[in-house]
Design a protein around this ligand. Structure first.
Ligand SMILES: Cc1cc2nc3c(=O)[nH]c(=O)nc-3n(C[C@H](O)[C@H](O)[C@H](O)COP(=O)(O)O)c2cc1C
Length: 309
C-alpha cells in the first residue's frame, strides 16, 4: 500500500499530516552511521559519499592532447631531465652509518620451478639466516644491474643506471628498507638500501624495529611475525614520478612496488626461504617508526621473510 492509497478517505489536512509523518526508510550509506565497505558498495546507486578511489582512477588516466603532461615528460629527454636521471639516488650521507653487504649467493634454482612453487609462506622456524642470503634478496629487489650513456645536447655524456626491477621513466621512486630481525651478521635495526654504493644505510635502531613490528595488525597464529627474519618495507617518493607524470605517476609507484615485491618473492623462493606480502600494517605507526612523513615518503608495501617451518 503506498501513500496515495492510504490517504484515500481522509480530509486533505489529515492526508497532509499523514503524508508528512510518513518517511520511508531507505537503507543507504547516507542514512547509516556504521558502514562496511560491502554495504557502501551495495548502496552505491543512492549514496552520495566521497568516492576517492574512483576519483583517483578517473583522474589519473592518460588522455590525448594533455599538453601539460606531454611537456612535463619531454623535459626528461632534455639535458636537465637527463641530469636528474643520472643523479638519482645520489645523496649526502655524512653522519649516517653505512654497512657493506657481502657477496651474495647465486640463484641456481630453475625459474619455472621457482614460479611453480611460489606460495605465500606465513609460518617460520625462527632460525637465523646469514646476511649473504639477505644480500642476494636485497640485490634482486633493487640493485644497479646496468648502465647506459646518454649524449647531452650541451656536449658530453651522462650515465644512467638501471636496476633489477623495472621503473616508469627510470625514476626509481621506491626506496627499499629492511628491518633486520634475525640475520646473522646484521644487527637488529632498520636499514635503507643504497643501490648506488650497494650498501645499507642505518635508518633506525632496534627500538624503531620494535615500533615497526608493533605497527602490523596480524595475529601470530596467521603470520608468525615474531619468528620472521626480516621485513622488507617499500617506501615511495610519489613526487619523483608525479613531477614527470602528474597524478598518474602515483599509479606507477603501486605497480613498481608490486614488481619489487615479486622479485623479493622469487629470490626468496629460489633460496628455499619463505615470504609473504603484508598489507596489514598501520601505515601511520610505520611512518613514525621509520622516521618518514608519510606523504613525500610513504610506505607502499611490506614483505616478510623467514625460514619456512
Ligand atoms: C597486495 C597484497 C597484500 C597482501 N597482504 C597480506 C596480508 O596482510 N596478510 C597475509 O597473510 N597475506 C597477505 N597477502 C598474501 C595473499 O593472501 C596471498 O598472495 C593469496 O592468498 C594467494 O596465495 P599465494 O600467495 O600463496 O599464492 C597479500 C598479497 C598481496 C598481493
Amino acid at each position: 500500500m503506498d501513500d496515495n492509497e492510504r490517504s484515500n478517505g481522509y480530509s486533505p489536512l489529515e492526508a497532509a499530516i499523514y503524508g508528512n509523518s510518513f518517511r520511508a526508510l531507505h537503507l543507504s550509506a547516507q542514512s547509516t552511521g556504521f558502514r562496511t565497505h560491502g554495504f557502501r558498495h551495495r548502496s552505491l546507486s543512492h549514496a552520495n559519499d566521497l568516492r576517492i578511489a574512483e576519483d583517483f582512477l578517473i583522474n589519473t588516466r592518460y588522455l590525448r592532447y594533455d599538453r601539460e603532461t606531454e611537456t612535463s615528460i619531454q623535459s626528461y629527454f632534455m639535458d636537465p631531465g637527463v641530469t636528474i636521471l643520472s643523479n638519482l639516488g645520489r645523496e649526502e650521507k655524512a653522519g649516517i652509518a653505512e654497512i657493506r653487504i657481502p657477496e651474495g649467493v647465486r640463484l641456481r634454482r630453475e625459474l619455472g620451478d621457482v614460479l611453480a612453487r611460489r606460495r605465500s609462506s606465513r609460518s617460520y622456524t625462527g632460525d637465523p639466516i646469514d646476511l649473504k642470503f639477505l644480500a642476494t634478496i636485497i640485490r634482486s629487489a633493487g640493485a644497479v644491474t646496468g648502465y647506459g650513456n646518454v649524449d647531452l645536447m650541451s656536449g658530453g655524456q651522462a650515465t644512467i643506471r638501471f636496476r633489477s626491477a623495472p621503473s616508469g621513466g627510470g625514476l626509481y621512486p621506491i626506496d627499499i628498507y629492511v628491518a633486520s630481525l634475525k640475520i646473522n651478521g646484521l644487527e637488529r635495526g632498520l636499514y635503507r638500501y643504497d643501490p648506488l654504493d650497494d650498501t645499507l644505510l642505518q635508518a633506525g635502531d632496534r627500538h624503531d624495529v620494535d615500533r615497526l613490528v608493533g605497527a602490523f595488525a596480524i595475529p601470530e597464529e596467521i603470520v608468525s611475525l615474531s619468528r620472521a627474519n626480516a621485513i622488507f618495507a617499500l617506501v615511495g617518493h610519489p613526487w619523483r614520478s608525479m613531477r614527470k607524470y602528474g597524478n598518474r605517476g602515483l599509479r606507477f609507484l603501486f605497480m613498481e612496488a608490486g614488481a619489487i615485491a615479486e622479485n623479493i618473492h622469487l629470490a626468496t623462493g629460489a633460496l628455499g626461504f619463505g615470504s609473504v606480502d603484508c598489507a596489514s600494517v598501520h601505515e601511520d605507526e610505520a611512518h613514525t617508526a621509520m622516521h618518514i612523513d608519510g606523504l613525500y615518503q610513504t610506505l607502499l608495501h611490506t614483505v616478510l621473510l623467514g625460514y619456512p617451518g
